[in-house]
Design a protein around this ligand. Structure first.
Ligand code: TRP
Length: 333
């Protein structure tokens, strides 16, 4: 193994939902697992404070979700012996650095962020949206820079937040005339087809559309869901030609079946019916999820609390050293 062992990686996922779906896995978590297995020193964070920007009325739920998301990290292959898994709010340094960074971040940078701008175009948003939402990328910057990571693996949608992160790093160094931070790399998945895994109805996979396959679904739930999945609408009989590009079942086959090219060919030529594809797809997806289900079944609540306590301790060690350095650079003592 190379000296990647010494290279730190930080990433996070919001705990707005209790369960990760296979789209979350393919778009993000899978990358984390790969990086861990390449020997990087991974810090995997459940961003409960970020979830509060939209769920402040249900803070308790955000906390319960956070434990479930941590279980999905482990089920998905993050090994708590190799990587640090922690909940953002358990490491107070995140909140403190967020506050300090909020003093040096120009409002204009934040108002230009696409997700924020979209919200503001909605009439009356300023009356409703919390102050915390504007600071979302500042908190994310604190999350990242506390660990001085080599890279940050995220989906493409997060790129604007990461840019602010590096801008704040540069601004901090310049203002206080000290190289506390070095730029970090954006690690965005190259294989877009993985990141854009469609839902069962071919729309974006999202809890609000009720079209997800979850990592924690049972074999039967998965079978039932795939049975209802969207296929080529004009393919009624087996002999009708299919269009795999527009068929959810074929999209899953492409990722999870080693013989997908043959399956797609037969679908196109009307040599197979959608039921056969659905049966084979169910088998392939279930086989893929089987080790994840097994790891999840081995985790009880006490085990997860112990893992999160240890993860927070390891995170705090790095985070508090950086925060000390920040304050010292600013001349605060
Ligand atoms: N904003 C990210 C998302 O919605 C989650 C997140 C919070 C994050 N802090 C982070 C991602 C730090 C990477 C690094 O997915």
């Amino acid at each position: 193994m190379t000296n990647q062992q010494t290279k730190r990686i930080l990433s996070g996922m919001r705990s707005s939902n209790p369960r990760l779906h296979i789209g979350n896995y393919e778009g993000a978590l899978r990358n984390w697992v790969d990086l861990q297995n390449e020997g990087y020193d991974m810090f995997c964070m459940v961003a409960d404070l970020h979830a509060l920007t939209t769920m402040y009325e249900n803070a308790g739920e955000v906390s319960t979700n956070a434990r479930e998301v941590a279980k999905d990290f482990i089920a998905g292959g993050i090994d708590p012996e190799k990587s640090s898994i922690f909940i953002q709010s358990h490491v107070r340094e995140h909140a403190e650095l967020h506050l300090l960074f909020s003093m040096i971040t120009p409002l204009g940078w934040l108002e230009r962020v696409p997700t924020y701008k979209e919200k503001q175009e909605d009439l009356g948003a300023a009356e409703r949206e919390p102050y915390g939402l504007l600071g979302y990328p500042v908190l994310q910057t604190a999350d990242i820079l506390l660990y001085k990571p080599y890279g940050v693996p995220v989906g493409r949608d997060q790129a604007p937040h990461l840019e602010i992160g590096n801008d704040i790093a540069v601004r901090f160094n310049r203002l206080y005339n000290k190289e506390v931070f070095t730029p970090f790399k954006y690690m965005i998945p190259q294989d877009e087809s993985r990141a854009k895994l469609p839902g069962l109805d071919m729309r974006k996979m999202s809890k609000s559309y009720d079209n997800c396959i979850y990592l924690s679904d049972t074999e039967d739930e998965t079978a039932r869901k795939i049975k209802t999945a969207f296929t080529t609408p004009s393919k009624i009989k087996k002999s009708d030609p299919g269009v795999p590009e527009g068929c959810a079942v074929c999209q899953y086959l492409r990722l999870y079946s080693s013989t997908w090219e043959l399956q797609w060919d037969e679908d196109r030529q009307g040599l197979r019916g959608c039921m056969q594809s659905k049966t084979e797809c169910t088998e392939a997806v279930n086989e893929y999820l089987r080790p994840m289900r097994q790891r999840r079944a081995e985790l009880d609540d006490a085990a997860i609390e112990a893992i999160l306590t240890r993860g927070a301790e390891k995170a705090r060690e790095v985070a508090s050293a950086t925060l000390d350095e920040v304050k010292s650079a600013m001349g605060m003592f």
